[in-house]
Design a protein around this ligand. Sequence first.
Ligand SMILES: [Mn+2]
Length: 279
Amino acid sequence: MGAFLGVMFIREANSPVPSNNFGLPLPRVMHRVLTEEEIGGREVMIFGDVHGCLDELKQLISVTKSTTDNCVFVFCGDILNKGPKNCETLAFIRSLDALIVRGNHEEHVLMHYLKSKKSAEDSLAGKYKWVANLSDDDIDYLMQLPYTISIPSYNCIVVHAGLFPWRPLQTQHPSDMTMMRNIVDIDGGKPHATKRTDEGLPWASAWTGPEHVYYGHSSCTRLKQYNFATGLDSGCVYGGKLTAKLLRSPSRLVSVNAMQQYRKTKKQIIFNHTEHLVT
Ligand SMILES: [Mn+2]
């Protein structure tokens, strides 16, 4: 395994940064760093996938007594789509001066928006109808969302879906960072990422740090804790919970229950509402 890892690292380090999913333009900053100076002694709160669940988001902020004066808000992506209050959620999160990494749903929104601008036949309809209510400034804002946010003072990285183990940040593939779940063929010579969960192993189980990774995207497996990774998507939009991690010592997980099930799941998810508790 050791020799194999070394080969992987060199090969990947020399490969060019791949292009974006869906032909979207890349953001000016792919990998944002949140510095100690920016944090300025405040708490840092990292949220799992909100998916338009604004009421639960406000409740979670309220029960932890967090404000922009005492806390920096960071989101794991997928703040939009599927849920009840998309435009309002974006406006609220922007009002918090929060940092957000892009999720596959932010990219879907941008893709549908750009298609609708190109061709009258591709007008925003169905579940993307609400996108027409976003301002040009909102679209520009979403276009510039980075893929990762590193927080060196807490030795951690925030990403939506995951990071491919053994690969430096600069050569991580955009579609891995926004969509991957598992890694296939870890011992088979050519490991690769997949969106599927029925083959291979969760990428987070193979991630050996040194940074701890906080990610979302994976509600079907609920809250997941590995040695060097924590999955914060606990399926709020599916009637689960909205979860966040507070980083300042003593660090802790906090969550609130969804007020209702906003979206049906393809697979049945059994939520354990005593699994982790609101503080
Ligand atoms: Mn996602």
